[in-house]
Write a protein that binds this ligand. Structure first.
Ligand SMILES: [Zn+2]
Length: 430
Protein backbone atom coordinates (compact mmCIF):
# COMPACT_ATOMS: atom_id res chain seq x y z
CA UNK A 1 0.00 0.00 0.00
CA UNK A 2 1.32 3.42 -0.96
CA UNK A 3 1.98 6.03 1.75
CA UNK A 4 -0.80 8.21 0.19
CA UNK A 5 -3.48 5.53 0.45
CA UNK A 6 -2.29 4.62 3.96
CA UNK A 7 -2.64 8.29 4.94
CA UNK A 8 -6.10 8.42 3.30
CA UNK A 9 -7.21 5.30 5.13
CA UNK A 10 -5.90 6.70 8.42
CA UNK A 11 -7.78 9.99 7.88
CA UNK A 12 -11.03 8.18 7.11
CA UNK A 13 -10.50 6.00 10.19
CA UNK A 14 -9.96 9.00 12.46
CA UNK A 15 -13.03 10.72 10.98
CA UNK A 16 -15.23 7.67 11.66
CA UNK A 17 -13.77 7.35 15.13
CA UNK A 18 -14.37 10.99 16.09
CA UNK A 19 -17.70 11.49 14.32
CA UNK A 20 -20.02 10.19 17.10
CA UNK A 21 -18.35 12.52 19.62
CA UNK A 22 -18.73 15.54 17.32
CA UNK A 23 -22.37 14.69 16.63
CA UNK A 24 -23.06 14.31 20.35
CA UNK A 25 -21.45 17.67 21.14
CA UNK A 26 -23.30 19.41 18.31
CA UNK A 27 -26.63 17.96 19.47
CA UNK A 28 -25.94 19.10 23.04
CA UNK A 29 -24.99 22.56 21.83
CA UNK A 30 -28.25 22.85 19.85
CA UNK A 31 -30.28 21.67 22.86
CA UNK A 32 -28.55 24.17 25.12
CA UNK A 33 -29.21 27.02 22.67
CA UNK A 34 -32.86 26.07 22.53
CA UNK A 35 -33.07 26.17 26.33
CA UNK A 36 -31.12 29.36 26.74
CA UNK A 37 -33.08 31.38 24.25
CA UNK A 38 -36.42 31.05 25.98
CA UNK A 39 -37.71 32.43 29.22
CA UNK A 40 -36.63 35.71 30.62
CA UNK A 41 -33.30 36.52 32.05
CA UNK A 42 -34.66 38.08 35.19
CA UNK A 43 -31.62 38.52 37.35
CA UNK A 44 -29.40 40.70 35.25
CA UNK A 45 -31.88 42.49 33.00
CA UNK A 46 -34.69 43.45 35.30
CA UNK A 47 -34.49 47.13 36.20
CA UNK A 48 -36.17 46.20 39.46
CA UNK A 49 -32.82 45.25 40.95
CA UNK A 50 -31.28 48.69 40.59
CA UNK A 51 -31.52 50.38 43.98
CA UNK A 52 -30.34 47.43 46.05
CA UNK A 53 -31.02 47.05 49.73
CA UNK A 54 -33.34 50.00 50.12
CA UNK A 55 -35.61 49.04 47.25
CA UNK A 56 -38.00 51.25 45.29
CA UNK A 57 -41.07 53.00 46.58
CA UNK A 58 -44.32 51.10 46.10
CA UNK A 59 -45.54 51.35 42.53
CA UNK A 60 -49.22 50.94 43.29
CA UNK A 61 -51.14 53.83 44.82
CA UNK A 62 -54.54 53.59 46.36
CA UNK A 63 -57.13 55.57 44.39
CA UNK A 64 -59.67 55.36 47.23
CA UNK A 65 -57.89 56.05 50.48
CA UNK A 66 -59.59 54.31 53.37
CA UNK A 67 -58.35 52.91 56.68
CA UNK A 68 -54.62 52.83 57.39
CA UNK A 69 -53.81 49.84 59.60
CA UNK A 70 -50.54 49.11 61.36
CA UNK A 71 -49.20 45.64 60.52
CA UNK A 72 -46.10 43.64 61.42
CA UNK A 73 -44.70 41.59 58.57
CA UNK A 74 -42.73 39.32 60.92
CA UNK A 75 -46.06 38.34 62.49
CA UNK A 76 -48.33 37.97 59.46
CA UNK A 77 -45.83 37.52 56.59
CA UNK A 78 -45.99 33.72 56.75
CA UNK A 79 -49.77 33.65 56.28
CA UNK A 80 -51.21 32.63 52.92
CA UNK A 81 -53.66 35.26 51.68
CA UNK A 82 -56.86 34.51 49.85
CA UNK A 83 -59.14 36.78 47.87
CA UNK A 84 -62.83 37.02 48.53
CA UNK A 85 -65.13 38.73 46.06
CA UNK A 86 -68.60 39.83 47.16
CA UNK A 87 -71.15 42.32 45.84
CA UNK A 88 -69.62 44.96 48.12
CA UNK A 89 -66.19 44.49 46.57
CA UNK A 90 -63.03 42.43 46.79
CA UNK A 91 -61.40 41.71 50.13
CA UNK A 92 -58.07 40.27 51.17
CA UNK A 93 -58.38 37.46 53.70
CA UNK A 94 -55.45 36.76 56.02
CA UNK A 95 -56.10 34.09 58.60
CA UNK A 96 -59.06 35.35 60.63
CA UNK A 97 -58.58 38.93 59.43
CA UNK A 98 -60.20 40.55 56.46
CA UNK A 99 -59.17 43.76 54.69
CA UNK A 100 -61.07 46.03 52.32
CA UNK A 101 -59.48 46.86 48.99
CA UNK A 102 -59.57 50.52 50.08
CA UNK A 103 -57.45 49.78 53.17
CA UNK A 104 -53.75 50.39 53.47
CA UNK A 105 -51.40 48.23 55.54
CA UNK A 106 -48.56 50.16 57.11
CA UNK A 107 -45.64 47.79 57.74
CA UNK A 108 -43.48 50.41 59.45
CA UNK A 109 -40.25 52.16 58.58
CA UNK A 110 -38.37 49.51 56.61
CA UNK A 111 -41.20 48.37 54.34
CA UNK A 112 -43.63 51.29 54.36
CA UNK A 113 -47.34 51.49 53.61
CA UNK A 114 -48.91 49.21 51.01
CA UNK A 115 -52.42 49.60 49.59
CA UNK A 116 -54.46 46.42 49.97
CA UNK A 117 -55.62 46.85 46.38
CA UNK A 118 -52.00 46.39 45.27
CA UNK A 119 -51.68 43.24 47.39
CA UNK A 120 -54.86 41.82 45.91
CA UNK A 121 -53.60 42.48 42.36
CA UNK A 122 -50.17 41.00 43.19
CA UNK A 123 -51.64 37.89 44.78
CA UNK A 124 -53.92 37.44 41.75
CA UNK A 125 -50.82 37.52 39.52
CA UNK A 126 -49.31 34.67 41.54
CA UNK A 127 -52.51 32.62 41.31
CA UNK A 128 -52.74 33.28 37.61
CA UNK A 129 -49.07 32.54 36.82
CA UNK A 130 -49.17 29.37 38.93
CA UNK A 131 -52.44 28.30 37.29
CA UNK A 132 -53.95 27.94 40.73
CA UNK A 133 -51.18 25.63 41.95
CA UNK A 134 -49.13 28.25 43.80
CA UNK A 135 -50.19 30.11 46.94
CA UNK A 136 -47.32 32.24 48.24
CA UNK A 137 -47.04 33.69 51.71
CA UNK A 138 -48.01 37.35 52.20
CA UNK A 139 -44.31 38.29 52.52
CA UNK A 140 -43.65 37.50 48.84
CA UNK A 141 -46.65 39.54 47.72
CA UNK A 142 -45.54 42.51 49.84
CA UNK A 143 -42.02 42.25 48.38
CA UNK A 144 -43.44 42.34 44.88
CA UNK A 145 -45.63 45.37 45.68
CA UNK A 146 -42.82 47.34 47.36
CA UNK A 147 -39.78 46.02 45.48
CA UNK A 148 -37.97 45.75 48.80
CA UNK A 149 -35.87 42.78 49.80
CA UNK A 150 -36.47 43.34 53.48
CA UNK A 151 -40.02 42.13 52.95
CA UNK A 152 -38.46 38.71 52.18
CA UNK A 153 -36.86 38.25 55.63
CA UNK A 154 -39.17 35.25 56.08
CA UNK A 155 -37.13 33.38 53.45
CA UNK A 156 -33.81 34.18 55.13
CA UNK A 157 -33.42 31.87 58.17
CA UNK A 158 -29.98 33.31 59.12
CA UNK A 159 -31.79 36.52 60.08
CA UNK A 160 -33.44 34.69 62.95
CA UNK A 161 -30.20 35.11 64.90
CA UNK A 162 -30.23 38.10 67.23
CA UNK A 163 -27.69 40.12 65.26
CA UNK A 164 -28.78 43.62 64.30
CA UNK A 165 -26.19 43.88 61.54
CA UNK A 166 -27.20 40.58 59.91
CA UNK A 167 -30.06 41.89 57.71
CA UNK A 168 -27.89 44.50 56.03
CA UNK A 169 -25.06 42.01 55.43
CA UNK A 170 -27.43 39.30 54.29
CA UNK A 171 -29.39 41.40 51.80
CA UNK A 172 -26.26 43.07 50.47
CA UNK A 173 -24.96 39.59 49.68
CA UNK A 174 -28.30 38.49 48.20
CA UNK A 175 -28.40 41.65 46.04
CA UNK A 176 -24.91 40.95 44.75
CA UNK A 177 -26.10 37.48 43.76
CA UNK A 178 -29.31 38.66 42.09
CA UNK A 179 -27.45 41.29 40.06
CA UNK A 180 -24.51 39.05 39.11
CA UNK A 181 -24.69 38.33 35.35
CA UNK A 182 -23.53 34.75 36.03
CA UNK A 183 -26.50 34.11 38.32
CA UNK A 184 -28.90 33.01 35.60
CA UNK A 185 -32.05 33.05 37.73
CA UNK A 186 -35.16 32.98 35.57
CA UNK A 187 -38.86 32.72 36.11
CA UNK A 188 -40.12 30.87 33.07
CA UNK A 189 -43.54 30.73 31.51
CA UNK A 190 -43.03 30.54 27.73
CA UNK A 191 -46.75 31.11 27.16
CA UNK A 192 -47.04 34.28 29.29
CA UNK A 193 -43.69 35.98 29.85
CA UNK A 194 -45.26 39.36 30.79
CA UNK A 195 -47.16 37.73 33.64
CA UNK A 196 -43.99 36.01 34.86
CA UNK A 197 -42.19 39.36 34.76
CA UNK A 198 -44.76 40.84 37.16
CA UNK A 199 -43.77 38.46 39.97
CA UNK A 200 -40.13 37.97 39.01
CA UNK A 201 -38.74 40.37 41.62
CA UNK A 202 -39.93 38.36 44.60
CA UNK A 203 -39.16 34.98 42.99
CA UNK A 204 -35.62 36.06 42.13
CA UNK A 205 -35.26 37.50 45.64
CA UNK A 206 -36.23 34.20 47.27
CA UNK A 207 -33.76 32.25 45.10
CA UNK A 208 -31.02 34.79 45.87
CA UNK A 209 -31.87 34.50 49.59
CA UNK A 210 -31.42 30.73 49.49
CA UNK A 211 -28.06 31.11 47.76
CA UNK A 212 -27.08 33.76 50.32
CA UNK A 213 -28.07 31.33 53.10
CA UNK A 214 -25.62 28.78 51.67
CA UNK A 215 -22.74 31.21 51.17
CA UNK A 216 -23.35 33.64 54.07
CA UNK A 217 -20.28 32.41 55.93
CA UNK A 218 -18.02 32.02 52.90
CA UNK A 219 -18.32 34.88 50.35
CA UNK A 220 -15.05 33.75 48.69
CA UNK A 221 -16.64 30.44 47.82
CA UNK A 222 -19.61 32.31 46.36
CA UNK A 223 -17.27 34.28 44.11
CA UNK A 224 -15.72 31.03 42.88
CA UNK A 225 -19.18 29.50 42.40
CA UNK A 226 -20.31 32.48 40.31
CA UNK A 227 -17.12 32.50 38.27
CA UNK A 228 -19.13 30.82 35.53
CA UNK A 229 -22.86 30.94 34.68
CA UNK A 230 -25.15 29.05 37.06
CA UNK A 231 -28.58 28.25 35.73
CA UNK A 232 -31.44 28.26 38.22
CA UNK A 233 -34.70 28.09 36.35
CA UNK A 234 -38.00 28.43 38.16
CA UNK A 235 -41.15 27.46 36.25
CA UNK A 236 -44.35 29.39 36.92
CA UNK A 237 -46.54 26.29 36.74
CA UNK A 238 -46.52 22.53 36.29
CA UNK A 239 -47.14 22.62 32.55
CA UNK A 240 -44.20 24.95 31.85
CA UNK A 241 -42.03 22.68 34.04
CA UNK A 242 -43.15 19.45 32.38
CA UNK A 243 -42.73 21.04 28.95
CA UNK A 244 -39.00 21.38 29.60
CA UNK A 245 -38.54 17.90 30.93
CA UNK A 246 -38.71 18.69 34.65
CA UNK A 247 -39.26 15.74 36.97
CA UNK A 248 -40.62 15.36 40.52
CA UNK A 249 -41.34 19.09 40.97
CA UNK A 250 -37.63 19.85 41.03
CA UNK A 251 -34.35 18.45 39.75
CA UNK A 252 -30.81 19.19 38.75
CA UNK A 253 -30.64 18.56 35.00
CA UNK A 254 -27.01 17.73 34.08
CA UNK A 255 -27.81 17.86 30.39
CA UNK A 256 -28.38 21.62 30.53
CA UNK A 257 -26.46 22.08 33.81
CA UNK A 258 -29.49 23.70 35.40
CA UNK A 259 -31.53 23.49 38.56
CA UNK A 260 -35.19 23.33 37.53
CA UNK A 261 -38.00 23.89 40.01
CA UNK A 262 -41.72 24.54 39.96
CA UNK A 263 -42.46 27.95 41.52
CA UNK A 264 -44.94 26.58 44.09
CA UNK A 265 -42.14 24.55 45.69
CA UNK A 266 -40.22 27.75 46.55
CA UNK A 267 -42.84 28.51 49.19
CA UNK A 268 -42.77 25.14 50.93
CA UNK A 269 -41.40 25.14 54.42
CA UNK A 270 -41.94 28.81 55.29
CA UNK A 271 -45.45 28.70 56.77
CA UNK A 272 -44.49 27.32 60.18
CA UNK A 273 -42.44 28.98 62.91
CA UNK A 274 -39.48 26.73 62.04
CA UNK A 275 -38.13 26.74 58.43
CA UNK A 276 -39.01 23.37 56.92
CA UNK A 277 -38.73 21.40 53.68
CA UNK A 278 -36.57 23.21 51.15
CA UNK A 279 -36.44 21.55 47.72
CA UNK A 280 -34.31 24.34 46.24
CA UNK A 281 -31.58 23.73 48.85
CA UNK A 282 -31.60 20.04 47.91
CA UNK A 283 -31.22 20.81 44.18
CA UNK A 284 -28.54 23.43 44.86
CA UNK A 285 -26.72 20.67 46.76
CA UNK A 286 -26.65 18.68 43.51
CA UNK A 287 -25.39 21.74 41.61
CA UNK A 288 -22.61 22.38 44.16
CA UNK A 289 -21.62 18.74 43.86
CA UNK A 290 -21.36 19.07 40.08
CA UNK A 291 -19.28 22.28 40.12
CA UNK A 292 -15.52 21.85 40.22
CA UNK A 293 -14.78 24.82 42.45
CA UNK A 294 -11.11 25.01 41.43
CA UNK A 295 -11.91 26.24 37.92
CA UNK A 296 -15.69 26.72 38.08
CA UNK A 297 -16.43 24.16 35.38
CA UNK A 298 -19.16 21.58 35.70
CA UNK A 299 -17.46 18.25 36.19
CA UNK A 300 -18.36 14.78 37.30
CA UNK A 301 -20.54 14.79 40.42
CA UNK A 302 -18.58 12.96 43.12
CA UNK A 303 -20.98 13.31 46.02
CA UNK A 304 -19.02 16.04 47.81
CA UNK A 305 -19.26 19.74 48.62
CA UNK A 306 -16.69 22.33 47.50
CA UNK A 307 -13.59 21.96 49.63
CA UNK A 308 -14.09 18.26 50.38
CA UNK A 309 -12.57 16.84 47.17
CA UNK A 310 -8.82 16.67 46.51
CA UNK A 311 -9.37 18.34 43.13
CA UNK A 312 -10.74 21.52 44.73
CA UNK A 313 -7.47 23.43 44.46
CA UNK A 314 -6.98 26.18 47.02
CA UNK A 315 -10.38 25.43 48.55
CA UNK A 316 -9.47 21.85 49.44
CA UNK A 317 -9.51 21.18 53.19
CA UNK A 318 -7.83 17.80 53.85
CA UNK A 319 -8.92 17.64 57.52
CA UNK A 320 -12.54 18.34 56.56
CA UNK A 321 -12.38 15.61 53.91
CA UNK A 322 -11.23 13.13 56.53
CA UNK A 323 -14.16 14.11 58.75
CA UNK A 324 -16.49 13.79 55.75
CA UNK A 325 -15.26 10.27 54.95
CA UNK A 326 -15.42 9.19 58.61
CA UNK A 327 -18.95 10.55 58.98
CA UNK A 328 -20.17 9.08 55.72
CA UNK A 329 -18.67 5.71 56.62
CA UNK A 330 -20.47 5.78 59.97
CA UNK A 331 -23.82 6.56 58.30
CA UNK A 332 -23.17 3.88 55.69
CA UNK A 333 -22.52 1.30 58.43
CA UNK A 334 -25.67 2.32 60.27
CA UNK A 335 -27.60 1.98 57.03
CA UNK A 336 -26.15 -1.47 56.28
CA UNK A 337 -27.18 -2.53 59.77
CA UNK A 338 -30.70 -1.33 58.97
CA UNK A 339 -30.68 -3.32 55.71
CA UNK A 340 -29.81 -6.41 57.70
CA UNK A 341 -32.44 -5.61 60.32
CA UNK A 342 -29.97 -5.12 63.17
CA UNK A 343 -29.81 -1.37 63.64
CA UNK A 344 -31.69 -1.39 66.97
CA UNK A 345 -31.96 2.14 68.27
CA UNK A 346 -29.13 3.65 66.22
CA UNK A 347 -30.53 4.26 62.72
CA UNK A 348 -28.87 6.60 60.19
CA UNK A 349 -30.15 10.18 59.99
CA UNK A 350 -31.04 10.09 56.28
CA UNK A 351 -33.93 8.44 54.47
CA UNK A 352 -33.21 5.33 52.34
CA UNK A 353 -33.64 7.59 49.31
CA UNK A 354 -30.36 9.38 50.05
CA UNK A 355 -28.47 6.07 50.29
CA UNK A 356 -29.45 5.34 46.72
CA UNK A 357 -26.31 7.00 45.32
CA UNK A 358 -23.55 9.45 46.26
CA UNK A 359 -25.31 12.42 44.64
CA UNK A 360 -28.53 11.95 46.63
CA UNK A 361 -26.50 11.40 49.77
CA UNK A 362 -24.80 14.80 49.55
CA UNK A 363 -27.96 16.66 48.45
CA UNK A 364 -30.09 15.07 51.17
CA UNK A 365 -27.62 15.75 53.98
CA UNK A 366 -26.98 19.25 52.58
CA UNK A 367 -30.65 20.15 53.04
CA UNK A 368 -30.71 18.60 56.53
CA UNK A 369 -27.57 20.55 57.49
CA UNK A 370 -29.57 23.77 57.10
CA UNK A 371 -32.94 22.58 58.39
CA UNK A 372 -32.28 20.11 61.21
CA UNK A 373 -28.70 20.97 62.21
CA UNK A 374 -29.09 19.96 65.87
CA UNK A 375 -30.15 16.38 65.12
CA UNK A 376 -27.51 16.23 62.36
CA UNK A 377 -24.69 17.36 64.67
CA UNK A 378 -25.81 15.01 67.45
CA UNK A 379 -26.14 11.95 65.19
CA UNK A 380 -23.14 12.44 62.89
CA UNK A 381 -20.73 14.96 64.44
CA UNK A 382 -17.92 14.23 61.94
CA UNK A 383 -20.12 14.71 58.90
CA UNK A 384 -21.63 17.86 60.39
CA UNK A 385 -18.19 19.27 61.17
CA UNK A 386 -17.08 18.63 57.57
CA UNK A 387 -20.05 20.57 56.16
CA UNK A 388 -19.44 23.31 58.72
CA UNK A 389 -15.81 23.60 57.59
CA UNK A 390 -16.69 23.51 53.87
CA UNK A 391 -19.24 26.33 54.14
CA UNK A 392 -17.77 28.13 57.16
CA UNK A 393 -21.16 28.30 58.83
CA UNK A 394 -22.92 26.61 61.74
CA UNK A 395 -26.69 26.76 61.16
CA UNK A 396 -27.25 25.81 64.81
CA UNK A 397 -26.40 29.45 65.56
CA UNK A 398 -29.64 30.63 63.98
CA UNK A 399 -31.90 27.57 63.75
CA UNK A 400 -33.22 27.56 67.32
CA UNK A 401 -35.08 24.28 66.99
CA UNK A 402 -34.89 21.71 64.21
CA UNK A 403 -37.45 21.12 61.51
CA UNK A 404 -38.43 17.73 62.78
CA UNK A 405 -40.23 16.48 59.65
CA UNK A 406 -37.34 14.55 58.12
CA UNK A 407 -35.86 13.38 61.42
CA UNK A 408 -39.06 11.88 62.83
CA UNK A 409 -40.25 10.43 59.53
CA UNK A 410 -36.89 8.73 58.94
CA UNK A 411 -36.70 7.33 62.48
CA UNK A 412 -40.24 6.04 62.12
CA UNK A 413 -39.34 4.33 58.86
CA UNK A 414 -36.34 2.47 60.30
CA UNK A 415 -38.36 1.51 63.38
CA UNK A 416 -41.24 0.18 61.26
CA UNK A 417 -39.48 -3.06 60.29
CA UNK A 418 -40.18 -2.44 56.58
CA UNK A 419 -37.57 -3.87 54.20
CA UNK A 420 -34.70 -1.43 53.65
CA UNK A 421 -33.26 -1.40 50.10
CA UNK A 422 -29.55 -2.07 49.59
CA UNK A 423 -27.40 1.09 49.44
CA UNK A 424 -25.70 2.40 46.30
CA UNK A 425 -23.29 4.85 47.92
CA UNK A 426 -19.51 4.56 48.10
CA UNK A 427 -17.06 5.58 50.80
CA UNK A 428 -13.63 6.22 49.26
CA UNK A 429 -10.56 5.32 51.28
CA UNK A 430 -7.96 8.00 50.68
ZN1 LIG B 1 -31.85 14.74 44.60
Amino acid sequence: MSPESLLGLLTVGILIWRLPGWCFRAARWIRRRRFEQRGRLVASQSSAWGPGYFGKPAAATNPHPGRVLQAKLDEIGSLHPSIESTREGTRLQLGAQSFESTDTLDFGQEIGAVPVAGLIAGFADYLDAGKGGCRPQLAAVVAEATRKYRALDLYAPPLRAADSEAPRRFWTLATSIATNPNADIRLIDPARPELAERIAFSVTGIVAAQLAEIFFGHPDLLAAFLHRPRHIWIYANDSAFAHEGGVMGGDYNPEVEAVQLVMSRLFEGYSETVPGTCPLLHELGHLLDAVNIADGRIGRAEGTLPGLAPGDGRYFQPAARQLFLDGKRREHERYLAAVEGRNGDDPPLGHPYVFHNDGEFIAGYFEMFFRNPHAFADTCPELYASFQAALNVDPRSYVRSDFDGYVSANRAFYASGQPVPRPGISVPTD
